[in-house]
Ligand binder design. Sequence first.
Ligand code: SF4
Length: 368
Amino acid sequence: MKYVDEYRDPEEAQRLLEAIRPLAGEPLRIMEICGGHTHAIYRSGLDQVLPESIRFLHGPGCPVCVTPAVRIDQAIALAKRGCIVATFGDMLRVPGSHESLRQASARGADVRIVYGSLDAVEIARKNPGRDVVFLAVGFETTAPANACAILHARELDLENFSVLGSHVLVPPVLRYLLDAPGTEIDAFIGPGHVSTIVGSQDYAFLPEEYGKPVVIAGFEPLDLLEAVLLLLRQRAEGRCSVEVQYRRAVRPEGSPKARAVLEEVFELQDQDWRGIGRIPRSGLGIRPGFAPFDALSRYQPDLPQDVAEDAGEYICGAVIQGAKAPVECPAFGLGCTPEHPFGPGMVSSEGACAALFRYRQNAREARA
Ligand code: SF4
């Protein structure tokens, strides 16, 4: 527990809070980009112990939340035509346009939970008579492993394996949020895991073009408190730059090997984000050279096409963009719960709605 306990020391937390308080006079709206940070903030109650002038805005960094509904519909369609659909457990509960993979599975679709992309390749290897589709979602963190699955399937000459992908990138969505009228973001806590892959260099545009400071942070309470302190110090000293608090994992250049694998298998493409819409060059598509492993190429035109997402009276899109808090949604905890999610933010533990619901025990406490 050495590397966990040392980032949860209450005395060190108190020391950081005492350093934060005198610098926190003016309001500071900090967007934590990563869903892992949102989860950590609620788990450790940081939103309740920091001065009221510091407000967290939850960013669009939960991969389950931003996967478009049409991708779920396509996975269900492929399962119904006899494919084995393999994916991570959270994806089973994400609502599609009409149903979730879990509901389709209850009606007989062959949907299997995997814990890594190579597990899906292994299912294909063991089932040569069945097409296996891996529903692969995620940011720069998980895309390299999914690229490796494609490379491995090619090595094995597997003809029954393909990837139904929804790979999204952090920098373009931050540009989108900052370019939106009325944006309220003063500063960013940068994503720790994504930055182990891409490095800190990819965020230079935030201070240089938008005048927004960013501190890339780890996932323990002391990491996040130190990140808040570093942002406040930048403001107090009139600085605006990219800083790395998560020095034990993040290098300026990231991981050259992972970046090389991404470059080999994927190319930039326009990408649909659930709750946001299409953002130019904000996703990764599979290169034409790997088309036999691309489910979108392989099974078009039989797949469902884009659907207009109707948020109805709920505010899933605004929550995903950090424009509204989960408690502003009329369904939060009163109909929409992790067991019966109306929207994607209530599914994954990295979703803002699910994280708040879990750590505030009940809707009334969360709304307080
Ligand atoms: S509580 Fe449910 S319906 Fe409301 S924003 Fe969150 S996920 Fe969407």
